[in-house]
Write a protein that binds this ligand. Structure first.
Ligand SMILES: Nc1ncnc2c1ncn2[C@@H]1O[C@H](COP(=O)(O)OP(=O)(O)OP(=O)(O)O)[C@@H](O)[C@H]1O
Length: 465
């Protein structure tokens, strides 16, 4: 069983130096009448819960303690019982209630348990906060945590995003996530705990040397602080500077990226425009584009390769996470690995507006009302997605004639890797081909009620990101 640190049994080491004793001030909560606190039962969130109860008592506000049980520790039930008892005790100070969410984690093969648990924890916290009617969730990270995060990111070779460590105040999933104590060292929290006789759980995994964060905290940071007594303050000042720099770099990347996009707002980028940028700007614009297209931050190695090789590889291909970057006819495109069936079957999709995931094809058919260039809203209410069989005919222009798909693709400059989307059929006629658009024979007059059809490939599209 994890030890509960009970102040009655605590050691009588010299009290830490406390520089400020206003942990319950929480000025960022001005105007709030209810607030959620992510409460693990550990040292830091115990102090945060208590300070928030003091804050709430002075204002008649309501505190919602949110506890996530990951189901990973044999002590989970014990933690839960401890949290319930603590919250019960705090009802003597303020209006406070406990919410518990038990997770049944299934970690996908190859995924990191820690990262998976963290994502599931934040999703559960967000759910509980919304259910409790809270728009703000407090997290108990403090200065020592911030310094650890920064150093861990540096040791992983991170760029400005990773080195920005944790934000004090951020909006995500429609909620505000606040870390009020990122500039407070843990000793200040410990002093508050001792002064108020709070008990908490000591998580024994915090001593596990297999975890990089623990090795850093237990072995490296004591030596660093002994050699550089101001290390925490200076490193945290460094984080704030990187956070500023990151905002500027992101803003520039956004501007640069707009200049590289297809005029019609399509997903490909112009290679010649890219090469006009300095290499560092190329990499930042590409990084932003790849996050947008693939949902993942690309490796620095991929960005370096792109910025050095793209100029000399007019038909190059570069493997990224979840897909490939392709160069073709002076443009760069991201082609997602779709995870689709090797021989996808014919699939039927109901012809109504919205995003229609088609897992067998590893993508989404997007149907939207438009005023021109679409297929009629009148007629069969289903479309069929079919693979190419060979021999299909497509007509691009009203005055043209139907010709083979292969010829049409060649004329329109649709590269071979962009020809894998399903063909859309309606009432036995081929009506739409990704890259070519709607067959001229299926197009209706401008202004008539009509649908546009768009195919988005990749797990990112299916997940709706
Ligand atoms: N199981 C959980 N349920 C609810 N909130 C959690 C949980 N685990 C972590 N948190 C929140 O995230 C913060 C950071 O968690 P982390 O595990 O990194 O820190 P910690 O230093 O162990 O914090 P604590 O001492 O409060 O457990 C916690 O202080 C708490 O606010």
């Amino acid at each position: 069983m994890n030890p509960i640190h009970d102040p009655g049994r605590s050691s009588s080491a010299a009290p830490p130096v406390v520089r400020r004793d206003d942990l319950a001030a929480l000025p960022m909560l001005a105007g709030h009448t209810r607030v959620a606190v992510a409460y693990s039962g550990g040292h830091d969130s115990t102090v945060l819960m208590h300070a928030t109860c003091l804050w709430a008592a002075a204002r008649g506000a309501q505190v919602h303690a949110l506890h996530v049980q990951h189901g990973l520790s044999p002590h989970a039930a014990h933690w839960e019982a401890h949290c319930a008892a603590q919250v019960d005790g705090w009802t003597r100070i303020a209006r406070v209630s406990l919410h518990i969410r038990r997770l049944a984690l299934v970690v996908p093969p190859g995924a990191s348990l820690e990262a998976h648990a963290r994502a599931a924890r934040y999703a559960a916290l967000a759910d509980m906060a919304r259910e409790a009617g809270c728009d703000t969730v407090l997290l108990a990270h403090h200065l020592d945590d911030q310094v650890e995060t920064f150093l861990l990111q540096a040791l992983r070779g991170a760029g400005p995003a990773g080195l920005s460590a944790m934000p004090v105040d951020i909006r995500r999933d429609g909620l505000r996530w606040v870390r009020p104590w990122l500039d407070r060292p843990r000793v200040e929290l410990a002093a508050h705990r001792e002064a108020h006789g709070l008990s908490h759980i000591e998580d024994d995994s915090n001593a596990d040397p297999r975890l990089a964060r623990n090795r850093l905290r237990l072995l490296v940071l004591p030596a660093l602080r002994a050699a550089f007594p101001q290390a925490d303050e200076t490193l945290s000042a460094c984080v704030r500077q990187v956070q500023d720099a990151r905002v500027c770099v992101d803003a520039l990347a956004r501007i640069d990226l707009e200049g590289l996009r297809d005029v019609d707002g399509g997903p490909a980028l112009s290679v010649s425009q890219l090469l006009e940028l300095a290499p560092a700007r190329q990499r930042h614009a590409l990084r932003r584009w790849l996050i947008e297209r693939s949902g993942h931050a690309p490796s620095q190695a991929l960005l370096m390769r792109l910025s050095t090789e793209v100029e000399h590889a007019p038909d190059g291909r570069w493997q990224g996470r979840g897909g490939l970057v392709h160069a073709h006819r002076g443009r760069l495109a991201w082609v997602a690995e779709t995870g689709r069936c090797p021989a996808p079957p014919t699939c039927r999709v109901s012809l109504r507006p919205g995003r229609h995931p088609v897992p067998d094809w590893g993508g989404v058919l997007v149907i939207e009302p438009v005023l021109r260039g679409g297929i009629s809203q009148v007629g069969g209410d289903m479309v069929e997605l079919r693979p190419r069989q060979g021999g299909e005919q497509f007509q691009s222009h009203p005055q043209g004639v139907p010709r083979s798909l292969k010829k049409q693709f060649q004329d329109a400059g649709v590269p071979s890797w962009a020809r894998a989307a399903p063909l859309v059929w309606r009432d036995g006629l081929l009506v739409q081909v990704e890259g070519l658009g709607v067959d001229a024979r299926a197009r209706v007059r401008d202004g008539e009620p009509q649908w546009s059809l768009r195919w988005e490939a990749g797990e990112q599209a299916v997940a709706g990101r």
